[in-house]
Every structure is written in structure tokens, then in C-alpha cells.
Design a protein. Sequence first.
Length: 271
Amino acid sequence: MLRDQSIGFIGGGNMGEALISGLIAASVFPAEKVFAHDVMPSRIQYLEKELAIKGRSSIGELARSSSIIVLAVKPQVISQVLDALREHLSHKPLVISIAAGIALSILEGRLPDLTPVVRVMPNAPALVGKGASALSRGKAVSTAQMEMSLALFRAVGKAVEVEEKMMDTVTGLSGSGPAYVLLVIEALIDAGVLMGLPRQTARELVIQTVVGTSMMLESTGKHPAELKDMITSPGGTSIHGLQLLESYSVRGALMECVEAASRRSAELGKG
Ligand SMILES: NC(=O)c1ccc[n+]([C@@H]2O[C@H](COP(=O)([O-])OP(=O)(O)OC[C@H]3O[C@@H](n4cnc5c(N)ncnc54)[C@H](OP(=O)(O)O)[C@@H]3O)[C@@H](O)[C@H]2O)c1
């Protein structure tokens, strides 16, 4: 069904570019059916040159070219973008917003009645095709439109549907998650250096350990505790390391960390 669509991006920044290049690389859309508008003409020129897509010089022109419109601007400017967009939607395109914290009720309230709107929370690894995105459907979104939306975000990683009331949780978990993982990675690299390894060697070993462990978890489908038990021998090195982590309540800290980030997401949403 995506074959019959054309897609337009308002905002061609980091996320916009990641999505466009993912969609073209995965052959979800041919470049000639991808449009972009950005306030910076140099961004449009860059995307036209790098990805062979078509730039559009105004939001109206972009909207008229597109059966799917992706709002990929910062939340602070979403209001002015919706104002500029609303009068160009007579062809009832599907509107997809990735603006963090902007509720479906706000998006739907600022667009013509029955505009199908999907809200998405992607995360930073989408920039390298390994994102984790959660999508919530608005009132007028059909099953086919939701399937199309999921397919779009699967071009840059994994995508799941959640109820909108879970969006703050998703923001605190997978949205901010890369920051937590990076902190752990940085600390492990420093630990390797502390114990005498060259920094580059420690970096390679730690990145591969995190990637490999994630892949093992995914490919076996086993519970993390089961895999952990398999590699933790009696009286061995791993159990001694784990004992120390437990004494610092690392599990509790991670749970409270996600709780705090989700709470902050809710606060920002209210603002
Ligand atoms: N990056 C992430 O990891 C991530 C994760 C989850 C969600 N998001 C969400 O994704 C959205 C985009 O983030 P991003 O990182 O891609 O931001 P970004 O790199 O700043 O991209 C936004 C682009 O939109 C342009 N723009 C601003 N106002 C515009 C307007 N009125 N019309 C058209 N274009 C306009 C910006 O130009 P200027 O630079 O001149 O303002 C910029 O080129 C945000 O809402 C963010 O909350 C991002």
C-alpha cells in the first residue's frame, strides 16, 4: 500500500534525515516520492543532493505533494507549523508527528476535523537504522494507516503501537534509554582503562559486549536472568561482580531513573 503514497517531511534535521535515508535505503519509497521542507534552504539543498529527494519551498506546497506528512520539527515550533499546515489538508493526508511531548489532542485540535494523526516517539539510534519507536493512533486513523505508519518506522529500526497514555513511560524508557546505556558504556570503558587496558581496546571490547549480549538476548528469546545464570559460574568472576552491583542497588536505581524521566516527560507535556 505504501507504493501508492508520497511522503513529505516538514523539518529536515537529524530525525527527518534519518527517516528519509532509512525509507529510501529500505526501498519503502523511491526518492522521487519523498519531499521535504525546512526553514533553512541549505538543508533542503543538502537533502536534495545527498538523497535525491525533492525539496519544497513552502509548507503548503509540501502538503499538496504528499499523502503522508511527517512533522519532524522541534516541539517549540510545532504550533506555528500546525497553523501553516491546517489550510492545506483538504486531500486528507495522514499526519505523523515525532515532536516529543505534543499530545494527539493538541495535534487533532489544531488540524481540520477527522484528520488522521499518528504520534510517534522514536529514539536516537534511528539515526543509524536501529531505532526503537512507539506509535499511538489518533481518533481518525484507520487500521491500514496505522500499519503504514508502523512500516515507515520499521525502516529505521523496530516499531510498536502503544496507547497514548504510555507515551511518557516510553519517553523515559526507550526515548531517554540511549543516554542511560551510554553512561554504562562510558563507565565500563573507564573501568577497563583503570585496570590497565588502552582506551581504544577497552572501547572495542565494551561496545561488542553490549551489542553481542543484546543480540544473544534477542535471538534466544530467553529471560535475561536465565542467560545471566548460564554465564555465572559458582564462586566465579561474574558472581563477584554482580554481588557488588546488587550491593549498590543498581536495579532499583535504573527503575527510579526511568520513573523520574517519565515523570519529567509528563511535566514537560503539561507545560
Ligand atoms: N533526535 C532525537 O534523538 C529525537 C528522539 C525522539 C524524538 N525526537 C523529536 O524529533 C523532532 C525533530 O528532532 P531533530 O533532532 O530532528 O531536530 P532538528 O535536527 O533540530 O531538526 C528540526 C529541523 O526542522 C527545522 N525547522 C524549524 N522550524 C521549522 C518550520 N517552521 N518549518 C520547517 N522546518 C522547520 C529546523 O531548522 P532550524 O535548525 O533552523 O530550527 C531543523 O532543520 C523533535 O520534535 C524531537 O522532539 C528527536
